[in-house]
Design a binder for this molecule. Sequence first.
Ligand SMILES: [Zn+2]
Ligand SMILES: [Zn+2]
Length: 246
Amino acid sequence: MEVISTHNQLLKNIETFEKYLKDKQYDREKTLKLIKRGACFVVYKANGEIKFAPSRFLGYKNNSLKLHTNSVVKDGRITNPAISKILNETLFFYEELEQKFLKYCKTLGIEPDNKKRKYWNSIAKLRLEIPDYSVSEGSLYLKTHLAKERNRFVVALAKANFKNEHGKLFCEACKENHLEKYGKDYEGCIEAHHMLPVSKMKEGHKTKAKDFVMLCANCHRIVHRKNPWLTTIEEIRKIVQKTKRG
Ligand SMILES: [Zn+2]
Ligand SMILES: [Zn+2]
């Protein structure tokens, strides 16, 4: 595998890495393992959030999970100098970045290996705006997902059913009593999130009102950013709590 030599090649790999984090369960889990086990990290900012990606993935040109898994040679002694050269930064242990890394792992729901880690302090040099929903493999699913959430008829029905059952609209993830805080207008901030597992997404599946959960705008945003593939309200609650605590 060829080692990267330009800033753009590095950015491209970060984008690929980000895509995996937002992809289906399987790719995401593999990617989380890479973060968990990593020793040398490139620090970047994606959509305003500070993130970390391991050098052994980023160091090879046009890398992918498939290439990465199949390749035998993944040598930090080759990739690290290449990245240092591109970033014009040395690899170093920064206590501050280590703390940020641990926090990042918490939001991802992983416990990193107990080892010495080093970082390129490259936040200022690597700022990315990554479109939330345009990931290749998952894109069809996400497109349908968003389309369903914009389908006014089903959404209105889902909300009406929910209101019938519970007497009011509220966020099923944070359960905060926004209604008391903000008054009646608040109900307008409750959004219907579509939660049908990808495995059940067959062509021609009729969207039903019960495929939706009710989320406040905050929680809905968190879920779409972190992982739109969650299939139970418990998983959604977990990720919302982690993010809010983090
Ligand atoms: Zn909420
Ligand atoms: Zn949604």
